[in-house]
Structure formats: structure tokens, C-alpha cells
Ligand binder design. Structure first.
Ligand code: S3P
Length: 179
């Protein structure tokens, strides 16, 4: 665990398909917290899907929208934040989340992720001839960021509910330790 700091929120990070949104929604419901999904906020603000943003405006525009949301999250309280898979692969974003949230990473192997996301067409980064290869290389380049989470949870074998309960337990322990 890291040094003393205020923990008011919970941020879920991790690769696409690890279940951040499903787990986050359940955690928020069980804890009576607000749920916020950065991808959803971006789509609502832009009035278009993430695939459309990538295709029409390019990935850098999307990453700037992510950065802006991260900054806006700082004053929040009692919020469960599900982040896009690439959001914490920016050290400033990750540092900012850590100033107010317990950062929990949901982890799964490239193969398990591939099984979960194959056939989904709403993830522009995986619309490739070799999606598994792309998952492997992205996962490798992002691992140094994901590993900076306060807590790493194996999301490969457990159910959404089991993972949610484990996340809530970690949150309560961290809050007690940082009080
Ligand atoms: C991305 C992950 C997606 C979404 C965008 C880019 C990434 O979110 O933000 O397609 O860079 O890994 P999910 O992790 O919720 O799929």
C-alpha cells in the first residue's frame, strides 16, 4: 500500500475486457457510490461513439478528452470510476487518480482477454488482422502502468460479484489504513 493520502473514490484500471465497467457498476451499487465510466462520459460529450472519435478525429483527440476528464475527477467524492484501458498508460493520469482514489487494477492474460473481446466491434484498437498479437503487445507496453495500481486483482477466473466483493474489501482496508 502507498503512503497516507485521502481515499474518497475508487478507480478501476486494466486492459479492455477485464470487466471494469461491470465490476464498477456492481461495486457502486453495493457501496451506494456514484458510478462513472470515462468512456461513457467521452461518448456523451462528443455525441459520437469511441470508434467514430478514433476514425474521424484520431486517437490523440480521444486521449486529450481522457486527460480532461481525469482532471475533472479530482474534487469528486464517493465515486467508482471505470477507466478506459489506455487511460492510465499516461503517468500524469495515473498520478492524478492516486491523489483521491484507491486504484485497483483488474488483471487477465492476453488469451483470456482475447476470448472475452473477440467479435466485439466497438473497440477500435482491436480492429486488426491479428487482434491477439495486438493485445499482447499493448498489454506488455501498459503493464508497467497497470502494475502501479494499489491493488491488483485477478479478474480471469472469478465472477463479477466475487471480484466486486474483493474490491470493496480492499477499499475498506485502505480507507482504514489511511485514516
Ligand atoms: C481503449 C480501451 C477502451 C476505450 C478505447 C481505447 C484502450 O475502453 O477507452 O477503445 O486504449 O485500451 P475499455 O477498456 O473500457 O474497453
Amino acid at each position: 500500500m502507498t503512503t497516507k493520502r485521502p481515499i474518497r473514490n475508487l478507480a478501476l484500471i486494466g486492459f479492455m475486457g477485464t470487466g471494469k465497467s461491470s465490476v464498477g457498476r456492481l461495486v457502486a451499487e453495493l457501496m451506494h457510490f456514484t458510478f462513472l465510466d470515462t468512456d461513457y462520459v467521452i461518448e456523451a460529450r462528443a455525441g459520437k461513439t469511441i470508434s467514430e472519435i478514433f476514425a474521424q478525429d484520431g486517437e490523440p483527440v480521444f486521449r486529450n478528452l481522457e486527460k480532461k476528464i481525469v482532471q475533472e475527477l479530482v474534487p469528486r467524492d464517493k465515486t467508482v470510476i471505470a477507466t478506459g484501458g489506455g487511460l492510465p498508460a499516461n503517468q500524469e493520469n495515473l498520478n492524478s487518480l492516486k491523489t483521491h482514489a484507491l486504484v485497483v487494477c483488474l488483471w487477465a492474460s492476453a488469451e483470456a482477454i482475447y476470448d472475452r473481446v473477440r467479435g466485439h466491434e466497438h473497440r477500435p484498437l482491436l480492429q486488426e488482422a491479428d487482434p491477439l498479437g495486438k493485445i499482447r503487445s499493448l498489454l506488455e507496453s501498459r503493464a508497467p502502468y497497470y502494475r502501479q495500481a494499489d491493488v491488483l486483482v485477478n479478474a480471469e477466473i472469478r465472477s463479477v460479484r466475487e471480484i466486486a466483493i474483493q474490491v470493496i474489501h480492499q477499499f475498506h482496508m485502505a480507507q482504514a489504513a489511511h485514516r
